[in-house]
Ligand binder design. Sequence first.
Ligand code: MTE
Ligand code: MO
Length: 326
Amino acid sequence: MLIKQNPNGVERPFASEITPREVFESRRQFIQQLALGTIAGSALLEMATREAFAQSASSQKLATKRNATYVLMDKPTDYKDATGYNNFYEFGTDKTDPVRYAGSLRTSQWTVAIEGEVNKPQVIDIDGLRKLAPLEERIYRLRCVEGWSMVIPWVGYSLSELIKKVEPNGNARYIEFTTLADKPQMPGLGSPVLDWPYVEGLRLDEAKHPLTLLALGMYGEVLPNQNGAPVRVVVPWKYGFKSAKSIVKIRFTRDQPKTAWNLAAPGEYGFYANVNPGVDHPRWSQSSERRIGEDSFFTRKRKTLMFNGYGEVTSLYAGMDLRKLY
Ligand SMILES: Nc1nc2c(c(=O)[nH]1)N[C@H]1C(S)=C(S)[C@@H](COP(=O)(O)O)O[C@H]1N2
Ligand SMILES: [Mo]
């Protein structure tokens, strides 16, 4: 990815990312209370969302039930960081471009076409997707290949619910996601940084893994445009670029689909893109990460965990050399 470095090579935090001591103290207390079990899960969600509602009074709330299987000890990233520091190259390559320019994305009348090796190809609208399965809240870590991470309470359900409904046939081995590419709505398409549209893909067993989320919201509300409204996937054990935003097409295929970042730089971004602290990016180490919001000058980086800490996916890769198939 396009990583900008300061001339002196030192990465400096934004002023807004330096946490005042009171905030740090209250966070520490929060973690302690969490460890003692004195904060209930719903309170956790409430704390995460309070700021969200304050920020966007017009945003639409989604009725969800928290899935207790996917709760983390990590404090959710502040809403303003999760929605203000983004990669969504269709709106520009700077981290603040998506929040500034994604307002032009029209998310009403949105449909997703399901095609390819399925018995029941169909076009589903967002209302249909919202009703397809009960909406759950799941708190996932997201690790960007660039070396930063966030903790986001998503709203959605396992992609496997949708996969069941469309009935893949015996030829289906992979699944391809295509993002909207519409120049009038997306100023970043004027730049040749990627081959548009943004495409991503998963092996079918990865797509069916319960962790793979079809996300329709975050922080209890519909997805903000800059986070991939109105529908995206979230694959938490893979680098963030696998989690395609603003999806308009899902295609089931026999052959491994091409993917946007692999096309742009095959030596840097593989098809699998599993988070792996043991395999460095050719231009930087992947062994640690900075958690957005806690990365003050004095905060140590966190160790990156194999599969981003989601060890339950290990068996999907039995017998594969994950150094070669990065
Ligand atoms: N369509 C599209 N999807 C995308 C991207 C993009 O540029 N375009 N960036 C990816 C990258 S690199 C990351 S890290 C995540 C960021 O998701 P977030 O902004 O919701 O945290 O989105 C991924 N999905
Ligand atoms: Mo990323």
